[in-house]
Design a protein around this ligand. Structure first.
Ligand code: ADP
Length: 358
């Protein structure tokens, strides 16, 4: 498993953007002419070229060129390029209306590694070939700037008065940490935090995404419940450590999402054990508790993540382990969990209507 697909997707986007849109004079991608881009495991690529209806015939040649250019990319095994002339659907410039699946990553308390897991899951979705965003909703203690190494970078305001998310490690990302000086104390309370959260959802140009991962603020209080009720969730992933105390927390987390009717895609046990070089495992915080709680509650268990030095170092270095070392055993585990979570999205949302905003 590696991030071959994410790289391939990037090459396709670049190649398409190198083709000039006759109407705007800019790249096809930048001009918003390409929609529904899909890059599959077997190297099959498909996308739609949206032509302005009044000059649609000029775009037949553009489509042929786009098809031919993408075919030249190493690793591409087939291209389906569809030309439409309906013109892009009217969309507001910001918001999550074109996000297929919003997945919340939650924990009942801080310090269990929720943000670490959220960021690495997001990188896993991207590595699996899905257009992915990460929205850090922990307005009191944002961690995306550190975990993604975005440092001093600041999002730009576009002409439509929406913020462009920052691109980092193949993800579109937004965090309150990008907007306020990290050195200034965060003294926001209720209303301010709520309006900041609303802005990061509605006034950010998320565009077309397959998955948007929400790194939730820790806890199961009113703030969290309000939040999960605002956003149409495809499901939630709960992160816990194995202690008995933490298990009561998992139960609270499960109960919170029950209120919102969002399916639980799975429970992840973080810091499950420590393994020495000779393969000896020590269950520092106890063994298998999260799995038992998940099973008792009828929620899927996605797996265990050990305490791992490389994982901690990658957090501090600002490069998620899954992005930096996709073949690391811990990365492989997280990639498998991401795949299982997505399978659960499909399975548990079968009867549900397609996500609609508001
Ligand atoms: P939370 O979002 O739950 O508050 P963080 O993701 O910020 O927690 O993680 C807290 C600290 O624990 C960070 O320093 C992170 O690097 C570290 N950490 C998280 N998971 C692991 C793990 N499995 N192994 C080693 N360190 C971890």
């Amino acid at each position: 498993m590696n991030n071959r697909l994410a790289l391939l997707r990037e090459s396709v986007e670049q190649r398409l953007d190198a083709i000039r849109d006759p109407s705007t004079g800019k790249g096809l991608f930048t001009s918003g002419r390409i929609s529904g881009l899909e890059v599959r495991w077997d190297g099959k690529v498909s996308f739609t070229l949206e032509a302005p209806p009044e000059v649609a015939e000029h775009y037949v040649a553009v489509r042929d060129r786009a098809d031919a250019e993408v075919r030249k990319i190493e690793g591409v095994r087939g291209v389906t390029a569809v030309l439409t002339a309906h013109g892009p659907k009217p969309q507001s410039a910001g918001g999550i209306g074109r996000v297929k699946h919003v997945i919340a990553v939650a924990s009942a308390k801080g310090g269990v590694g929720k943000s670490t897991v959220a960021v690495n899951l997001a990188c896993s979705f991207a590595a699996l070939g899905h257009g992915t965003g990460l929205l850090d909703l922990d307005v009191y203690g944002p961690s995306a700037p550190t975990l993604l190494g975005t440092g001093e970078r600041r999002p730009q305001m576009s002409r439509e008065k929406v913020l462009d998310p920052l691109d980092a490690h193949g993800l579109k990302t937004m965090s309150i940490g990008y907007l306020v000086d990290p050195a200034s104390p965060m003294i926001w309370r209720g209303a301010m935090a709520t309006s900041a959260v609303r802005q990061m959802i509605d006034e950010v140009a998320w565009g077309e995404l397959d998955v948007l991962v929400l790194d939730m603020p820790p806890g199961t209080g009113d703030v969290q419940v309000t939040l999960v009720q605002r956003v149409p969730l495809a499901g939630a992933i709960i992160v816990s450590t194995p202690q008995e105390m933490a298990l009561a927390d998992v139960r609270r987390g499960l109960a919170m999402f029950e209120k919102t009717r969002a399916p639980i895609l799975g429970v992840i046990e973080n810091m499950a054990y420590f393994e020495t070089a000779d393969g000896k495992r020590t269950h520092i915080f106890g063994e298998g508790g999260a799995r038992r709680t998940a099973e008792a509650a009828g929620a899927p268990f996605l797996g265990e993540i050990p305490i791992d030095v490389a994982l901690r170092e990658s957090c501090d270095a600002g490069v998620p382990l899954v992005a930096a070392q996709p073949d690391h055993p811990v990365s492989r585990r997280i990639l498998d969990m991401a795949q299982a979570a997505l399978a659960n999205v499909a399975r548990l949302n079968k009867a549900a209507p397609r996500i609609q905003v508001k």
